[in-house]
Design a protein around this ligand. Structure first.
Ligand code: NDP
Ligand code: 8X3
Length: 257
């Protein structure tokens, strides 16, 4: 088993949902955390909580993963004790809208592609060379069940997650011969701020997504991430799909009436 104690773990999108849950679980297990996202106040609040509860060492990074030069400059200029990142959790991501493709909002598309796909690529391209050089590292990409097929209105979001799936597969191939591990995690419905963001703040509409079923919690996903990272070094969990019991695929859920 690999222990995460004193390992340096960078989590993108740590200010909410799955990223924040990963931060809590890795902190509880003794990791040193770099928490990245755009909302600085949220990160500070989380870091305070974790420091109080677990005595964690935390570095806060205000970062927009869509900004290539900011990604490169901030990640290459990390202070010396933080530079050798062991685990990268590429979690920052979002959906915007649920419109038919031919009626879709092009700004929404660009935001999803720039964040879910290009942002993940920028961070990965900046950090993985160091992992290869040091001969240790693990990249966790938070994909989605949406990668496995489109659902009505999901078009560009699903495509962005299909790209994450393919990129994870390609990265695994390209890292063959190195000890660096790559895992893609594909959750189904997880109750976070995801749907509020998708519907541009319409909480009522967001709540309906999880109505009359028991969704995954972000802690459920964090649990799986920690499991993958703590396998023995010769084991690579390449992909995990986890869904609520009441979800069969992206299109088929059971709602108790
Ligand atoms: P949340 O909305 O709760 O969290 C999303 C996180 O991503 C926030 O911390 C947000 O931080 C961050 N983020 C968004 N854009 C950027 C950006 N440009 N730069 C840096 N950080 C950014 O949703 P989830 O926790 O659910 O989402 C996390 C991941 O899980 C996403 O990749 C999502 O696609 C995926 N996922 C979610 C599922 C679900 O049902 N909830 C299911 C399957 C996958 P900030 O706004 O502060 O920058
Ligand atoms: C989020 C899950 O099914 O809402 O990636 O697209 S879904």
């Amino acid at each position: 088993m690999v222990s995460v104690k004193d390992q340096i773990v960078l989590i993108t999108g740590a200010s909410s949902g799955i990223g924040a849950s990963c931060a809590k679980l890795f902190a509880r297990n003794g990791a040193k955390l770099i928490l990245a996202a755009r909302r600085l106040e949220r990160l500070k609040q989380l870091a305070d909580e974790l420091t109080k509860e677990f005595g964690s060492q935390i570095y806060i990074l205000q970062l927009d993963v869509r900004d290539r030069s900011q990604v490169e400059s901030s990640l290459t200029a990390l202070p010396e004790p933080w530079i050798n990142i062991d685990v990268l959790i590429n979690n920052a991501g979002l959906s915007r809208g649920l419109d038919k493709l031919h009626e879709g909002n092009i700004e929404d598309w660009e935001e999803m592609i720039d964040t879910n796909l290009k942002g993940l690529l920028y961070v990965t391209r900046t950090l993985v060379p160091g992992m290869v050089k040091r001969g240790r590292g693990h990249v966790i990409n938070i994909g989605s069940l949406a990668a496995r097929g489109a659902y009505p209105g999901g078009n560009v979001y699903c495509a962005s997650k299909a790209a994450v799936r393919t990129i994870s597969e390609g990265l695994k191939q390209d890292l063959l011969g190195t000890p660096v591990r790559v895992t893609e995690i594909e959750p189904g419905l997880v109750k976070t701020e995801f749907s509020i963001v998708r519907f541009h703040g319409d909480k009522q509409r967001a709540d309906k997504v999880y109505e009359n079923l028991t969704p995954l919690t972000p802690d459920d996903v964090a649990d799986v991430v920690l499991f993958c990272v703590t396998r023995p070094p010769h084991v690579n969990i390449s992909e995990v799909m986890l869904v609520p019991v009441e979800q069969a695929n992206a299109m088929l859920v059971y709602r108790r009436s």
